[in-house]
Write a protein that binds this ligand. Sequence first.
Ligand code: PEP
Ligand code: MG
Length: 291
Amino acid sequence: HKKLLQELKGKETVTTSGKKIKLYANIGSVEDVGSVLQNDAEGVGLFRSEFLYLQENHYPTEEEQFNSYRTVAEMMGRKKVIIRTLDIGADKQIDYFNLKKEENPALGFRAIRICLTREDIFKTQLRAIYRASAFGNISIMIPMITSKWEVDKVKEIICGVKNELSSDGIPFGIVEFGIMIETPAAVMISEVLAEQVDFFSIGTNDLTQYTLAIDRQNPSLDRFYDSHHPAILRMLQMTIENGHKGGAWVGICGELGADVEVTEQLIKMGIDEISVSPSMVFPLREKIRSL
Ligand code: PEP
Ligand code: MG
């Protein structure tokens, strides 16, 4: 079967009726790019940038980050690379951040909340991403958005970073701007958020956790952690509809995207892009080509 799957290399990800789906891969480090290319993903739909912060015992410098982002962008050539900005806190703790111990880390100081509080860390990452954008096809994506003001604020900071780079004569490319939809609040205001962004990427891992009020880290709750729950499926539908109404394309980068039991439903809902772990690219392409 593996050999048969390899025959899907270079083939389009398209349904029998001609609907094309962008099939991307999720990565967690520069080392993963090899398997993205081997498995013929059409882009990187989620580059979890946390590894840069987790592998060292100090804040990664702008230069260190720039080198990693640039390497990935160059290896991917003209294909899209969506870099997700820092998403630590909750299940991913880092000592040198000196974050206070919290009663409810999943509901606490994490991701964009850290970035908007410690702007220096955020700006360093943004500068590195924008500098790397001169060397490939880079997009940026912000995790854990719940409110419109957060998106406004991020865009304001990005604007400042771009102005700084311009006045320093440092080149950068056109960077598509997106947010993750992984909180029920973001789903409910997706009509408003769609006006502010180029794309949405639905993070069903956290969206399931926050919608069903179930800790995604707690294995004893597995039978209650149901990402096929009608509440989740309705949220997907709503996000896709609102995204399209506001002119944003909509993808999915949570685990549910790799679940071939829902592929047909996702496509009927109008999903534009699906991003999965590299090993799932061929099985999913096979599934989509059969629909
Ligand atoms: C998600 O929440 O679905 C997601 C893709 O992000 P992460 O698993 O890194 O939280
Ligand atoms: Mg998430």
